[in-house]
Structures are given as structure tokens and as C-alpha cells.
Design a protein around this ligand. Structure first.
Ligand code: PMP
Length: 344
């Protein structure tokens, strides 16, 4: 008998079930055991594959989507890539309204994946007609047979992680996880994972990573929206200038804020120490871990899981460019860039 061909039906089969990888060198002097959930192992190289597939399949189940329909979304890049990828396989058109803060690499990738991309100004308020929220809403109204994913205000974003990321982490740690540390953008990742984990063990501590310039931490503490917290920052996909309903603030115990500069350096450190070439927010999450450890949050018995949302290749023109780093004032390119490169 001929051997069966071992092939996946499509790349969508490879979404989820990402590995948990022990952090050794970077956390060697830190109290506790650290495990990274490396979402770059998804076929679209980020955690957003999970929500794209889940939300689209829920719409299919409800009969909202039929072949040839259009999927519309606002996105800093990763969700767009994942939606475009799922759309290709499932036969949908994809329209994306993205922030001008997104890197050119990301925008080019979305175009490559067949999406129609609208680039919208980053520093206008959410209700400005030029904001990516308003542009997406308008396109949804104008396009017949379209579905607006609306990840910031879609409860299914939480459910996607409740049904996948949460159980995976619980099983991978054999229920021994004591802390979950995750970036909060839409809040879907941390909220869905937290809900599942807290149901298994309410003592698991859930800590969100927020950016300086974002309202999330203050809102968590006061339950009030404080526009004074808002100012521009560089990290893409982390923090927010509004309160997303895809964030379950009650499932989160605390937020930690990290700077653009320390997060960029920590992302580079992850590559050099662990061989993990991950994105800017992964650097932010690791930076948050360092700050928490310094504050005495962990003991030797703590089993800390940190989620690294995406792959480093998406940031070549940003944190992994010495020129960009020195333009931001993050380091002196002349002295530091020469380390590791020899020009003949
Ligand atoms: N990191 C990156 C790179 C992202 O694109 C996002 C999503 N905005 C996040 C972290 C945060 O994930 P979530 O939206 O689930 O809170």
C-alpha cells in the first residue's frame, strides 16, 4: 500500500497551537520561571491569525458571509495581514483602513496579500472622518455584502483567545501558571486568555502591558477616560487612545507602562540572548516583565507566561534599523551600529 501524503489542507490548519519556550539567558538573574508563548509561529506570523479565522468562521456559521463577499477592518497591520490571508484561502475580498503610523513594510505586505489598503492619518481623534475607524465604517456602509470585523469593539475577539490561547497555555503549563503577562491593544488577547485561565484558577495574576501615551492603565485604575494621558508614541499595536470594549478590565489585575526606548532595546536583547527575533510589542512585554520583577512581583516559584505577539521581520525599518534607532535618539548609530559589522 502506498504511504499517505502528509499535507495540510491549507495554511489555515496551522493557526494556533504555538509553542511555549523557556526564557533562559535574558531572565537568568530574575526570580521565577519565564515562558514565552511565541505567536510568530502562526502562519501569518502573529496572534491575529487566531481572531481573523475565528471571527470569519463565526460569520460563516451565522450565514452572514457568502463567497465573494468583502471583509473590512481597521488595523495596525497584523490583523490586516491575517484577514487578508484567511480571505485568500476562503475566497473573500479584503479592504483595510490602516494608520499612517504603520511601517511601509506592513502596508506593502497587505498589498501583496491582495488587500485594498487605505492609509489614514494617525494623530486625529477617533471620531474624525479621516480616522481609520470612520473610514472603515464609511466603506462598510458603501460596500454591499461587506462584514466589518471591528476588532476593538467585537466580543468575538475575546472569544477567539478564550477558546484557543487560554486552553493552550493552561495545558502547556499543566495548570502550573501563576502569572500571565500580555500586551493590551484591543485587549482581546489578554481578556480572552485571562477569562479562561481565571476560570481554571482565580489566583492566576493577569498583568497587562500598556504604553506611555495610552489611556488603558489609568482607565483600569479609575474607570474614567482621561484624555490627558494621550500623546503620540512609537510602539505599534500596544495601548490605545480610546477604551475598547474588547478589553475586559475586570479580568486584568494590573497594568504596567513601558517606554518606546526600553522596549526597542529589550526586543533587540531578546534576539541576542534567546535567538528570538520578535516584534516591538514582544520587546515591550519583556520590558514589562523586567520592571515587574524589579518591583518584587515574582518569587522563585512563580511560573510566568508572557505572550510575544508577532515576528521581528515586520520591524526591519524600525527597531531593527540602526538608522531609525539613532533618529529616535535611542542610541548613537556611529558607535553602536559598528558592533557586529565589519566593512571591508
Ligand atoms: N502586539 C501587536 C504587534 C499587535 O498588533 C497587537 C494588536 N493590536 C497587540 C500586540 C495587542 O493584542 P490585542 O489587540 O489582542 O490586545
Amino acid at each position: 500500500m502506498r504511504e499517505q501524503i502528509q499535507a495540510h489542507d491549507s495554511i489555515l490548519d496551522l493557526i494556533g497551537n504555538t509553542p511555549l519556550i523557556k526564557l533562559k539567558t535574558i531572565a537568568a538573574k530574575m526570580k521565577g520561571n519565564y515562558y514565552a508563548k511565541v505567536e510568530a509561529f502562526n502562519p501569518g506570523h502573529s496572534s491575529k491569525d487566531r481572531i481573523a479565522l475565528y471571527i470569519i468562521e463565526q460569520a460563516e456559521k451565522k450565514g452572514i458571509l457568502k463567497p465573494g463577499d468583502t471583509i473590512i477592518e481597521t488595523t495596525s497591520g497584523n490583523t490586516g495581514f491575517s484577514i487578508a490571508m484567511v480571505s485568500i484561502i476562503k475566497g473573500y475580498k479584503c479592504i483595510l483602513a490602516v494608520s499612517s503610523k504603520s511601517s511601509n513594510d506592513k502596508i506593502d505586505m497587505l498589498k501583496t496579500m491582495g488587500a485594498k489598503v487605505y492609509v489614514c492619518p494617525a494623530h486625529v481623534s477617533a471620531d474624525d472622518p479621516r480616522s481609520y475607524y470612520e473610514v472603515a465604517k464609511r466603506l462598510h456602509e458603501e460596500t454591499e455584502g461587506s462584514v466589518y470585523i471591528n476588532q476593538y469593539f467585537n466580543e468575538l475577539n475575546i472569544d477567539a483567545h478564550y477558546s484557543s490561547t487560554g486552553p493552550e497555555i493552561w495545558n502547556q503549563t499543566n495548570g502550573k501558571i501563576t502569572h500571565l503577562v500580555a500586551c493590551s491593544g484591543t485587549g482581546g488577547t489578554i481578556s480572552g486568555t485571562a477569562r479562561f485561565l481565571k476560570e481554571q484558577n482565580p489566583d492566576i495574576k493577569i498583568i497587562g502591558i500598556d504604553a506611555f501615551g495610552s489611556v488603558l492603565q489609568k482607565y483600569h485604575e479609575t474607570r474614567e477616560f482621561d484624555s490627558n494621558e494621550i500623546y503620540p508614541y512609537r510602539i505599534e499595536g500596544l495601548g490605545k487612545n480610546l477604551i475598547p470594549t474588547a478589553t475586559d478590565f475586570d479580568a486584568i489585575d494590573a497594568f504596567v507602562k513601558v517606554t518606546d526606548e526600553s522596549s526597542a532595546h529589550t526586543a533587540r536583547e531578546l534576539a541576542k540572548t534567546e535567538g528570538l527575533f520578535v516584534g516591538y510589542t514582544s520587546g515591550a512585554a519583556m520590558q514589562g516583565l523586567k520592571q515587574l520583577e524589579e518591583e518584587g512581583e515574582f518569587t522563585d516559584d512563580s511560573n510566568i507566561v508572557v505572550i510575544f505577539p508577532d515576528h521581528g521581520s515586520r520591524y526591519m525599518s524600525k527597531i531593527y534599523s540602526d538608522d531609525w534607532m539613532s533618529e529616535q535618539g535611542f542610541f548613537d548609530a556611529k558607535t553602536e551600529a559598528s558592533v557586529g559589522i565589519e566593512y571591508i
